[in-house]
Write a protein that binds this ligand. Structure first.
Ligand SMILES: Nc1ncnc2c1ncn2[C@@H]1O[C@H](COP(=O)(O)OP(=O)(O)OP(=O)(O)O)[C@@H](O)[C@H]1O
Ligand SMILES: [Mg+2]
Length: 254
């Protein structure tokens, strides 16, 4: 079953057309990866899915609700079923790691302090952050920030989690670490994951469904093997260019 259905989404900023008729169905309970070139509109697309941007045209159905037509209150209600990991992490710099993770529970639930503490502690352990609760975002590494952001996205047990570039800028070890955590939490909680990324070919290792955004449209989608072997020139040149770039970066690091 498809939990998210996008029909002909158009979005322009001034005279720049970013989305030019995006059509995509996202299967429930799977890990879907939307890939595409930098600046191609992946983050803009993701912001439409969570209702942060409204399309100029088109419809976005989430579980049958057209989120482009919902009022503020209804949108908030549906958003409470989402977790989001933003591209920059978007942690609160003035709160320590514990409070960053506990924040949604305090704001949106009636759990007791003890219940909140237990939940946060369990997630800290699961995400290999034990003992980090007292640290502030500027005292931890980029990889730890991503893990804290992941913990905060997971804490409400959401049905859908949106990830914007979860491993960009991380070294290969931390990248595999984050992929492993996404995979293991996904297997455990069975949420629908929508990941936007240009980390090719690594991201294919966790993708169950892949879509490629190119010039504002989805030009290919399907199982990872199907997309990898797509005869389309734009797909092949993107995959090969990203592979080459990533090999180069790893080579230079070694
Ligand atoms: N709020 C905005 N106002 C005006 N232009 C915007 C806005 N948000 C994004 N854009 C433009 O839309 C285009 C797509 O941006 P977007 O951030 O979606 O790219 P991306 O595919 O996520 O790139 P990256 O891989 O580098 O994160 C860019 O040219 C960007 O400048
Ligand atoms: Mg982006």
């Amino acid at each position: 079953m498809d939990i998210i259905k996008c029909y002909d989404i158009f979005k322009a900023f001034g005279d720049q057309n970013v989305l030019n008729g995006v059509n995509l169905n996202i299967p429930k309970g799977k890990i879907t990866v939307v890939m595409g070139a930098s600046g191609g509109g992946k983050s803009v697309f993701l912001k439409h899915l969570i209702g942060l941007l409204k399309p100029d045209q088109g419809r976005i159905l989430i579980d049958g609700n057209d989120i482009t037509r919902l009022g503020r209150r209804e949108l908030m209600e549906i958003r409470s079923r989402f977790g989001v990991l933003f591209q920059g992490g978007a942690l609160f710099d003035s709160m320590n790691v514990y409070d960053n993770i506990a924040f949604p529970l305090r704001e949106k639930t009636t759990l007791s302090l003890k219940q909140i503490a237990d939940k946060v502690k369990e997630l800290l352990e699961q995400l290999k952050l034990t003992g980090m609760g007292d640290k502030f975002p500027d005292e931890i590494s980029g990889g730890m920030k991503k893990r804290v952001a992941l913990a905060r996205a997971l804490i409400m047990d959401p049905e859908i989690i949106f990830f914007d570039e979860p491993v960009a800028g991380l070294d290969p070890i931390m990248m595999w670490n984050i992929f492993g955590l996404i995979k293991s939490t996904h297997e455990q909680k069975k949420y629908t994951a929508v990941i936007v990324s240009h980390d090719i070919p690594h991201i294919f290792s966790i993708a169950e469904y892949v879509a490629m955004l190119h010039k504002g449209k989805i030009v290919a989608c399907g199982q990872p093997d199907e997309v990898i072997s797509s005869p389309l020139k734009e797909v092949q040149s993107f995959i090969n260019a990203e592979k080459w770039h990533n090999n180069q970066v790893e080579y230079e690091k070694n």
